[in-house]
Design a protein around this ligand. Sequence first.
Ligand code: SF4
Ligand code: SF4
Length: 407
Amino acid sequence: MNEKEFISLIRLCVKCGGCKTQCPTYSVCKEESETARGRIRLLHALVEGKVKPTKKFNEKLRSCVLCGSCANHCPLNIDLMEIFYHARTIIKDHDNTLAAAGFLSKLAFKNTDFTINLIKPFQKMINNRLARKKLMPANVQFTENQFKKTGIFMVKNKIGRVAVFTGCTIKHIYPELMFSVARVFNALRYEVVFPTSEVCCGVPFRSLGLESTAVSYAEKNYEIFSKLKVDAIISLCPTCVVSLKKHYPVLINKELENVYDISDFLRGRIDMDMIDDNIGQRRKTVNLKAVFHESCHQRNELKNGSQTRELIRALRREQHDASNPFDIELLEPDKQSCCGFGGTFSVFFNDMSNYILNETVKELDKTKAEAVITTCPNCIFQLSKAIQDKPIYHLIEIIEEAITPQV
Ligand code: SF4
Ligand code: SF4
């Protein structure tokens, strides 16, 4: 976006305040400058030369979680996320914190396996220290990419072929979800391919104002995924889906076709009667009261939470087999709210991030659920800092339990 386009975009705001009440940072600080409207006012002042990008000024723009709630509630449908991503490209050269984080991120993401191997001997110490500061959950271990040379899961009598855009959190923190997605799609008779050279989707770089780095990552992923002969590109991470579907056209003027969030792809494709007939083995018995935590990028950008709820309800099978039920009572918190992660937001604004997290966990706890279900690996990471008394499942694990044989 050039400066003229940026100025036109911020001028669209009529200062109605429709974006205010849903903003997680406003809910903590109760300050106008912590709302989308307030941040746009600051940007107006900046482009008109009335203020300079001082430390305090930059902090107000950096303290946005990039959750998309404001854009979802703006009656004029202003592309607020593009405004806030672009704002970071403007302030990055005047902000030491962004510059340092950008430098370290570029190094760390250049070869993530190398970075993980480098910190391996100190992992326990680093984890303990970061967990004490509530920067990460206590039980997390960073892992190298599981599929370095090949990541193809073949199946007999296949009806299709899908590629998985894994994303960094799953690849390096929750790799078991890669096997879950492979098992689920194989059970549905899809061949599954994990492109071994996939790189970061680019969102972390955009959030640090490093647009040209995000462009190079987007180009690389486009090059890899556009050449695959697959029916669909699936992701288990709403943020990655948003990046591939919405950011890539902005960044590289190219769009990958057939990109699906897991809920969108699987809704209507799982026929429990057919699975019951085909499976030939008992499946696991599940009887669970679970609360659904809808991630911000799912709620505000993909807007497909109802598909996820519908999908989970369709997995129930007490009507199929009373002695071996798969019965999930899906509960809802009074209000779906941000987990407070926001990538570097949880590092730069750790107190605010943990405050938002604790408020959200209180809402989830009120439901007295025995488990939490979400579709976002980053939410699992963040929620695990505060929830230790119940499991937090990714949707794919629930589907796996429902449709694969008992082992
Ligand atoms: S993206 Fe989220 S945190 Fe940022 S201004 Fe909008 S609602 Fe507030
Ligand atoms: S809701 Fe939209 S138009 Fe209204 S103040 Fe917020 S950004 Fe501006």
